[in-house]
Design a protein around this ligand. Structure first.
Ligand code: GDP
Length: 211
């Protein structure tokens, strides 16, 4: 299900993510959203899905995404310039945190809706799914938001080093069944491990194709 990529596409991915990368800004309110310029992609997922680890692994940095996990930044949209500004990567706040208040969730959804509505440069949202858990209710709420905003999204299974091969095949199949029914979901699913580096070259190539 993970697409195959040509040597050129893999090389383009390598180049794009070769750096330099920089944290640009964190946005917690609608009025702070930066104006649109160039191609943007977004990363989203439940808290603890492995989003920071994946962003760091993709960019070959140890702490680029740490900016998103510092106190005060966890409820923000965090903007990163990738490959000398060739691409903007937007790290969305982790969702599905059990202790979040209704007010927090409402605020977060309003910010997200405003962001999704006003980003013509947003080519794709990558939604990370913990391979051990598969798609959960909070993920489906995220899919609803993206379907509603007509933003194309693609799923990325994380932490596959925790599963055995037959289990990976099973979760991929179950995930594809869910996205197959969704209007804005991209059919191919990426399978990754930040720990082992699995699938990173393919995901970089996929992202480079969007530029
Ligand atoms: P975030 O909250 O989505 O940013 O998640 P983090 O990147 O902080 O990761 C959450 C936890 O999952 C940490 O304990 C990581 O070490 C662990 N983790 C992240 N990626 C992987 C992976 O590919 N494999 C394994 N085994 N653990 C991972």
């Amino acid at each position: 299900m993970t697409e195959r990529f040509t040597a050129e596409e893999l090389a383009a991915g390598r180049r794009l993510f070769g750096g330099p990368h920089a944290f640009q800004l964190g946005v917690s309110g609608l009025e702070q959203l930066p104006s649109v310029s160039g191609v943007e992609i977004a990363f989203a997922g439940r808290s603890n899905v492995g989003k920071s680890s994946l962003i760091n692994a993709l960019t070959g940095t140890k702490d680029l995404a740490r900016a998103s996990n510092t106190p005060g930044r966890t409820r923000e949209l965090n903007f990163f310039a990738i490959g000398n500004g060739a691409l903007t990567l937007v790290d969305m706040p982790g969702y599905g945190y059990a202790k979040a208040s209704r007010k927090d969730i409402k605020q977060w959804q309003a910010l997200l809706r405003a962001y999704l509505r006003g980003r013509p440069g947003l080519k794709r949202a990558f939604i990370l799914i913990d391979a051990r858990h598969g798609v959960m209710a909070a993920d489906k709420e995220m899919f609803d938001l993206l379907d509603e905003a007509a933003v194309i999204y693609q799923l990325v299974l994380t932490k596959i080093d925790k599963l055995k091969l037959p289990e990976i095949a099973k979760v991929k199949e179950a995930t594809a069944t869910i996205t197959g029914k969704r209007p804005a979901a991209f059919p191919a699913i990426h399978v990754t491990s930040s720990e082992l580096g699995t699938g990173l070259a393919e995901l970089r190539a996929e992202i480079a194709k969007l530029i």
